[in-house]
Design a protein around this ligand. Sequence first.
Ligand code: CTP
Length: 451
Amino acid sequence: KRRERNITSLLRERLPQRHVNLLEQAGALGDTLGVPVYAVGGFVRDLLLGRTNLDLDIVVESDGIAFARELARALKGRVRAHTKFKTAVVIFSNESGEEERIDVATARLEYYEYPAALPTVELSSIKMDLFRRDFTINAQAVQLNKGHFGRLIDFFGAQRDMKDKVLRVLHSLSFVEDPTRILRAIRFEKRFDFQIGQQTTRLIKNALQLELIEKLSGRRIFHELEAVLKETNPLNCLHRMDELDVLRRISPHLRITPTKNQVLEELENVIKWYRLLYLDDSPEPWMLYLLGLLMGCAYPEVKEVARRLSLSRRQEEDLQDVRELSHKCLGLLQQWVAGERTMSGLYCILSPMRTEGLLYLMARTKTDDIRRHISYYLTHLRKISLDIGGDDLRNMGADPSPVYARVLSRVLGAKLDGNVPTRKEQLEFAFSILAEETAKAHDQHRHRGRA
Ligand code: CTP
């Protein structure tokens, strides 16, 4: 017989007090309404694995939307309900004024349609709710009602799997029901340093044989791929995807060659370095890794992959632009390191490039010197701005025109090269350029008059 485990002390140890309060509040509300309430899914899994996860998912064995409305009232928040799915999100502000959300779902027996191949058994509704989930570790619940607070519910052997570090599905049709779970399996395996179980591996291989990946929509694949690439070490996942033949089934162009692998490894280092420096401007992981995965591909092949992943026109253009530009940039950078190496020259080469492209360049170049200079551009040069602006040019009597941009860009170049560090010097330089431009314009006017 199953030994029951209560994880109240774990909850109290690991969670911030306000979250414990929140759980208790939800449980108390369940008591008032006379319904069983549970925290479920990734929240429970991460709690047991000692990882921070404050995304609370609640399941109630009754009308989830009605429960959510009551909870929102208690928390002075609001509810967004999805009647069709009988789910709701409670949105409220915590004491620090930050917005928080709690997902609430309904567990109901009649709600699930089960593949005919599965034996029909009587299940409680929470058991049914957990049974339709992907892996045992994600199919645990903690009861929140007062008398049972902290009661861990594990119908499918998640405790043992966590101890053995094994990722297992709950039944043999799991990947047929939802093939994106193949990618989720890989993601969780690498994130938690688990092993996909033997039987589960076989089921993945069967699903692949049935070409279920090929049948997935581009949107869904892209969504899962994005999630993979947002992991801390996406490359591990990509390797595993390649090993299991998942990458080829998404598109043969995505297969990892030794050359790509080298760049991908560098890319991962560069991304980690960049994230340590800048928490605010976060480059798009999907674009970075796609750049690496598509190295050596031609334009139409990239187009094919973009179509397979249903990239938006904008995303595809950005990707193609960065690829083309990075090619040009590398050539120009090679000339630059061999020449006078002015900072204005470096700025001129790199400023048209978006962050993803710059990081990709850093990963691709074999020259340390070039890598160092791109890093200098990212950390210093890029942030330098002028101490003068259009208003100053107007005050000099120049009418707003495209000349403004030309003048300011030359002054910026001079500042980058250290020639006009102060505002006063920049004003003087701008004035001299304006005078030059005016003289030139007059000249042209005279010539044209004569002709
Ligand atoms: N789930 C599932 N099958 C899927 C997606 C989700 O069974 N294809 C279930 C799992 O039980 C999962 C829950 O829905 O725990 C929530 O999924 P998700 O929002 O992806 O969250 P997490 O499991 O917490 O994953 P992550 O830590 O990456 O957010």
